[in-house]
Design a protein around this ligand. Structure first.
Ligand SMILES: C[S@@+](CC[C@H](N)C(=O)[O-])C[C@H]1O[C@@H](n2cnc3c(N)ncnc32)[C@H](O)[C@@H]1O
Length: 230
């Protein structure tokens, strides 16, 4: 997975545009890097680069057996999680309804996973019953799902897959479980809904990220894998 970030940067340069839409989030520019949409589209929007890096680091340390990604969008989040650990299986589903992106969205997400050689990422076109069928076909049970990542309408269907012991990470939904837990960026973007005993681990894993992230824009960008792409 060593060259994941350079392959990702190549894909982003060839196929995506920066779509920060930061008007309501001016403080994010320095810390979170960019987010993207497929070239010529405004939706679906990826997570921010900083979030991708945080997800990558989290999977690298936590080494979940199975991750569910609701929903795929550009594939940016799924790709970072799959790159985190080669033995983690990432299932990601999307019906490509958002922005009417349809086949173009599905094709691009598949291409991203292929370009980055992420054989442990399985993309499914559809919605949660299709995901459930894919899990059944692979003999994956709810108990195998160690991590749920939710971005999109996933919060509504996540209860189908959640079970005691699953770590849930939400994008832009800090109060999903009605708890404070561990938040990256003041609670507006990634929130790690983890048991209390995992909070020190979260901080340890993400501390290099914060050391870079709290610096100014110039110091931050070289630290970001695809930061040079505009
Ligand atoms: C903000 S995007 C996800 C971005 C993604 N995390 C990334 O990094 O690119 C939200 C996605 O949720 C999908 N979506 C929303 N509700 C859905 C549902 N019920 N079933 C399947 N996909 C859904 C939309 O099609 C859209 O692509």
């Amino acid at each position: 997975m060593g060259d994941f970030f350079s392959k990702l940067a190549e894909f982003v340069a060839a196929r995506m545009d920066v779509q920060d839409q930061l008007d309501g989030l001016p403080d994010y520019r320095a810390i979170m890097g960019h987010r993207y949409a497929l070239r010529g589209r405004t939706e679906p929007l990826s997570i921010f680069q900083g979030e991708g890096l945080a997800l990558y680091l989290f999977v690298k340390a936590f080494q979940p057996r199975v991750v569910l990604d609701l929903f795929t969008g550009t594939g940016f989040a799924a790709a970072h999680m799959a790159a985190g650990h080669q033995f983690t299986k990432v299932y990601s589903v999307d019906n490509y309804s958002e922005g009417g992106v349809g086949d173009a969205g599905w094709d691009a997400a598949c291409e991203l996973v292929q370009t980055c050689d992420l054989r442990n990422a399985k993309l499914i076109r559809g919605t949660h019953p299709d995901l459930m069928r894919a899990l059944d076909a692979d003999g994956v049970t709810l108990g195998d799902i160690d991590l749920l990542f939710l971005d999109g309408g996933g919060k509504d269907v996540s209860r189908v897959f959640d079970h005691p012991g699953t770590v849930v990470i939400t994008h832009d939904e800090p109060t999903w479980l009605g708890t404070a837990d561990f938040r990256l960026m003041g609670g507006s973007h990634l929130t790690f809904h983890v048991p209390p005993e995992m909070l020190p681990m979260c901080f340890t894993i993400l501390s290099p990220y914060f050391m870079i992230g709290v610096s100014d824009e110039v110091a931050w960008r070289p630290g970001l894998p695809v930061g040079s792409v505009r």
